[in-house]
Design a protein around this ligand. Structure first.
Ligand code: ADP
Ligand code: MG
Length: 560
């Protein structure tokens, strides 16, 4: 059997274009070829289970091998294989007709990844790194003949009789001189770890040495021997593909460790599982955060049918949940996503609001189920909740029922509880309820004590996100304002009737006040002298609330 032909295409040669356009991301060739091998393997499994294939399935695995001297990389599978006719149909015709269009469209496009996805040029991404590509394949069909296809990157291809004796396909890439970096064990392992770690079919890449028990020595101590075993690089059934009912906490924790080996255990997780109106599975973890500066974005990995796509999940995951960790898998997100695609896609918008809702509901469930535990976790989840409340109204509406405010005595209140607690005590002349807060309990200790002595409560709002949270609460809470405990507002609050008598006389007060004013001599600082009890600090130096905010803003330089 021998057949030669010319691919009908308007442009002389599309490969220089493919190469040029995809160069920045050329490692995806391996993802594309391994995905094809996995697809072919899944197809033979399906045919077998449907009774349409009666032969032995054999050891279904995909194998990646490379030869540094020959400068080749080979991807082999035991999938359905292809007949010569199928090669012409699936490799030549479809891809090349797609490629023709690709060539025509590429002029306008800014994002080549988007094009590759659209035109199904997955197989052709091989030409980003190879001068020549060879297919050796044997179809599963009865009486099929092995076929070989070879193409040197020109528009000419050649199909001849092949040499494969077992069902399946080998794709051999003759790596070009610019891409020799891929002819390395470490480089290939790295790419496989990135894209293929959770593929559903075992992927073998070389061998590894393991130590195995080997009886006992003369003294009765256990002996070990080194054995070479296949290096299977992937976990074929990651937890997000399983039913939540079949999983224990340990499974979720173990998977977290698999994804982020050096992290502390997460606080809790959410198993996502929808099949309508879009398909999506995944597990999102709330990480334990030591402080706000530790926050790491882009820790969520996006998959499509267990193939890693990206950890740029912006648009799919709401902005405020970018701090979460975990995985999302949706076949409705194509392999080759691009920013412009994501923004335009209606599924992506639905996925985004679904995730927000799931997270809000999970938090509500935790709060209702065990308030005590929720309070213990608040220290860590508060940051996410506050960030969410600031950035998304829909989330605010749900979270306002369980978000907690913490006071300087370390008591925790819901918004409603807190309003009830302070409304009768802390009102100003304009009938506004005033929440006092401290952003530095150590520095403002004297002010906190003094406010407490007057019967006022002081909230502790001292994380970087709190300055934004405070302004947000002022907009959201009706007839309520938030004032820092060391501002001059405290004294303007309506004071309770049963005030204890002053310890200092009026004359003493004026004297002390004068002394302090002279010593400080700053026009925007105010000196108050008043002592309600002997153990209270009698002198307060305050700054006008407005001036204080201006100063804070200048220091922050605005923005987060
Ligand atoms: P897609 O995977 O999106 O269909 P590709 O360009 O990656 O596009 O592959 C084109 C087609 O070539 C596949 O749909 C499949 O029919 C065939 N093919 C590619 N690789 C293999 C393989 N290893 N075994 C069997 N068929 C394959
Ligand atoms: Mg493909």
């Amino acid at each position: 059997m021998q057949e030669k032909g010319t691919i009908s295409i308007h442009t002389e040669n599309i490969f220089p274009i493919i190469k040029k356009f995809l160069y920045s991301d050329n490692e995806i060739f391996l993802r594309e070829l391994v995905s094809n091998a996995v697809d072919a393997t899944q197809k033979i499994k399906r045919l077998s289970s449907l009774g349409q294939y009666e032969g032995e399935l054999g050891d279904l695995r995909v194998e990646i091998a490379f030869n540094e001297e020959a400068k080749t990389i080979t991807i082999s599978d035991r999938g359905i294989g292809m007949t010569a006719e199928e090669i012409k149909k699936y490799i030549n015709q479809i891809a090349f007709s797609g490629a023709t269009e690709f060539v025509e469209k590429f002029k306008e496009a800014k994002d080549a990844n988007e094009l590759i996805g659209k035109f199904g040029l997955g197989f052709y991404s091989a030409f980003m790194v190879a001068d020549k590509v060879e297919i050796q394949t044997l179809s599963y069909q009865d009486g099929a003949e092995p076929a070989r296809w070879i193409c040197d990157g020109s528009t000419e291809f050649e199909i001849t009789e092949g040499s494969r004796t077992e069902r399946g396909t080998d794709i051999t890439l003759y790596i070009n001189s610019e891409s020799e970096e891929f002819l390395s064990k470490y480089k290939l392992q790295e790419i496989l770890d990135k894209y293929c770690r959770f593929l559903p079919v075992p992927i073998k890449f070389g061998t590894k040495t393991e130590s195995e028990p080997d009886g006992e020595d003369e003294e009765g101590k256990p002996k070990y021997k080194s054995v070479e075993t296949d290096n299977i690089i992937n976990n074929t059934s990651p937890i997000w593909t399983k039913a939540p009912a079949d999983l224990k906490d340990e499974d979720y924790l173990a998977f977290y460790k698999e994804l982020y080996p050096f992290s502390e255990d997460p606080l809790f997780w959410i198993h996502l599982n929808v099949d309508y109106p879009f398909n999506l599975t995944g597990v999102l973890y709330f990480p334990k955060v030591k402080n706000d500066f530790d926050l790491q974005r882009n820790k969520i990995k996006l998959f499509s049918r267990q193939v890693f796509i990206t950890d740029e999940v912006k648009d799919i995951v709401p902005e405020f949940l970018m701090l979460l960790h975990g995985v999302i898998d949706s076949p409705d997100i194509p392999l080759n996503v691009s920013r412009s695609f994501l923004q335009a896609d209606s599924n992506v918008k639905k996925i985004n609001s679904y995730i927000t809702k799931k997270v809000a509901d999970k938090l509500s469930e935790l709060f209702k189920k065990d308030r005590k535990e929720f309070e213990q976790k608040w220290q860590d989840i508060g940051i996410f909740v506050k960030y969410g409340m600031i950035s998304e109204d829909k989330f605010y509406e749900k979270a306002k029922d369980y978000a907690l405010l913490v006071n300087t005595k370390n008591e925790l209140y819901t918004f409603n509880e807190y309003q009830e607690k302070v409304k009768s005590l802390q009102t100003d002349k304009n009938d506004q309820v005033v929440y006092l807060y401290s952003n530095d309990a150590a520095k403002q200790d004297a002010f906190i004590q003094s406010a407490n002595n007057k019967g006022y409560d002081v909230l502790l709002l001292n994380s970087p996100i709190d300055s934004h949270f405070i302004s947000h609460l002022e907009q959201k809470l009706e007839k309520t304002s938030l004032k820092r405990v060391d501002s001059d507002v405290v004294d303007k609050l309506i004071v309770k009737e049963d005030n204890p008598a002053h310890v200092l006389t009026e004359e003493q007060t004026t004297q002390v006040k004068g002394l302090f004013e002279k010593a400080i001599s700053k026009p925007n600082m105010k000196v108050e002298v008043e002592s309600l009890s002997p153990d209270e600090l009698p002198v307060h130096v305050t700054m006008d609330e407005f001036m204080r905010r201006m100063k804070d803003m200048a220091q922050m330089g605005g923005g987060m």
